[in-house]
Write a protein that binds this ligand. Structure first.
Ligand code: ATP
Ligand code: MG
Length: 389
């Protein structure tokens, strides 16, 4: 098999001490995402190589793996320049006119300097084809990497997802709703190497089974970037109904969100998540003003990461479209927040008021009950949900 996939590592190459850990995690993630495929991986400190049957399809899947700068379908030949020339003429697109050769010499024992090699190969190509050289704006860039185990040549490079391999930063708990923002927040966190598990608050019968399936569908899309996302479903009805009965309308959402954070904090301890992640964006709704965030955040000492805090809605939508969650997010099934929305939620809540209203009921017991009845869903795959939504 002379065709194989070459992976160029992303930002990880700058972190020298942790390099092996990064590379091994990346390899593990690739194996998880390509489970069932017949692949063979070899790696060194600068590149990873994958040999497999279906290189094009596998290369496409690899575009969703974080920690990869680019993916190249390349051809391996021996280090003899005649063989390199023959393969170059075979893979160069003859409908194009101009080219340049770029040579990287990882094998420094190879006795010709890179520039000289590019010139030599370039002039052989000129003699044996109709191509012309253009070093500034070539139609084709022919890259030649000379290594001690062979020469790798290619003409195009697919963009990788960049970021860090998922898992190198440990775990976070994502508050995942059926909206647009939280899946994007999850994606951005995965990209920084954080492994995520999701927490969804449901309030049946006020929320439907479709709302739950929608969240699972979103998690399954995110799972294409991770491979082992679990969703933990919190039965939240009793807490919501109690808040509805016992607290003033205006503070309902603020208090509900304080309860969500309390549960998220306790549950993150249980599953070993170091941070809580959510899709809050400054000023987007009344519960996301800075005063609201102060009141809501006050119940937890865990770091709460809000990756989209400073993005406009349109910027968030752009990412949602790019990562494939948008179409699912805009399906019309409502989750618990939208059902109990008061007409006039407080925009600048006061912490002392939250504490006073929460004295109207025994929330510790209710929270304990929620935590004891969480449903866990694993092995998520987008095809499971196609017919359910
Ligand atoms: P999104 O913000 O994801 O578009 P949304 O607009 O319905 O969904 P908001 O009311 O803006 O949600 O809530 C802000 C954040 O709180 C969400 O991004 C999400 O992280 C979290 N959240 C809201 N509702 C839920 C829920 N039912 N389960 C889990 N997390 C939730
Ligand atoms: Mg939102």
């Amino acid at each position: 098999m002379d065709k194989l996939i070459l992976i160029k590592y992303g930002e990880l190459t700058t972190k020298k001490d942790n390099r092996n850990f990064f590379i091994n995690t990346l390899e593990k993630n690739i194996k998880t995402l390509l489970e069932g495929e017949n692949i063979k991986i070899t790696k060194d400190r600068v590149r990873m190589y994958i040999t497999c049957e279906n290189v094009e399809a596998i290369a496409k899947k690899l575009q969703k793996v974080f920690g990869i700068y680019s993916i190249v379908i390349c051809h391996k030949v021996n280090n003899n320049i005649k063989d390199v020339l023959a393969k170059a003429l075979e893979i160069m697109d003859h409908s194009k006119q101009t080219f340049k050769v770029v040579t990287n010499r990882a094998d420094k024992t190879f006795n010709i300097p890179s520039m000289d090699y590019s010139r030599q190969l370039g002039s052989l190509i000129l003699q044996n084809s109709n191509f012309k050289v253009d070093v500034h704006h070539p139609d084709i860039t022919l890259t030649v990497e000379i290594r001690n185990n062979g020469t790798f040549i290619y003409t195009n490079e697919l963009e990788g997802s960049k970021g860090y391999p998922v898992g190198i930063q440990g775990k976070g708990l994502l508050m995942l709703s059926g909206g647009i923002d939280s899946p994007v927040a999850g994606y951005l966190t995965l990209k920084r190497g954080v492994d995520i598990e999701c927490l969804y608050f449901e309030s049946p019968p006020h929320t439907s089974i479709e709302a739950k399936n929608k969240v699972l569908a979103l998690a399954s899309i995110l799972n294409q970037y991770s491979g082992h996302i679990k969703v933990h479903i919190v039965p939240f009805t009793e807490i919501q109904e109690t808040i509805f009965k016992k607290c003033p309308d205006t503070y309902m959402i603020t208090i509900m969100r304080r309860m969500m954070y309390r549960i998220a904090e306790k549950y993150s301890e249980k599953i070993g998540a170091k941070i809580i992640i959510n899709g809050e964006s400054i000023g987007q709704v009344a519960s996301q003003t800075l005063s609201s965030m102060v009141c809501i955040n006050a119940v937890t000492s865990k770091p709460v990461i809000r990756p989209v805090a400073c993005y406009d809605k349109l910027e968030i939508i752009n990412i949602a479209q790019k990562i494939g969650t948008y179409e699912t997010s805009i399906l019309p099934f409502e989750d618990c927040c939208t059902i109990f929305v008061p007409k006039h939620p407080v925009i600048n809540p006061v912490l002392a008021n939250c504490v006073a209203y929460e004295k109207n009921f025994d929330y510790d017991d209710l929270i304990e009950k929620c935590l004891n009845n969480i449903e866990v869903i694993d092995n998520l795959n987008p095809s499971q949900f196609e017919e359910l939504l």
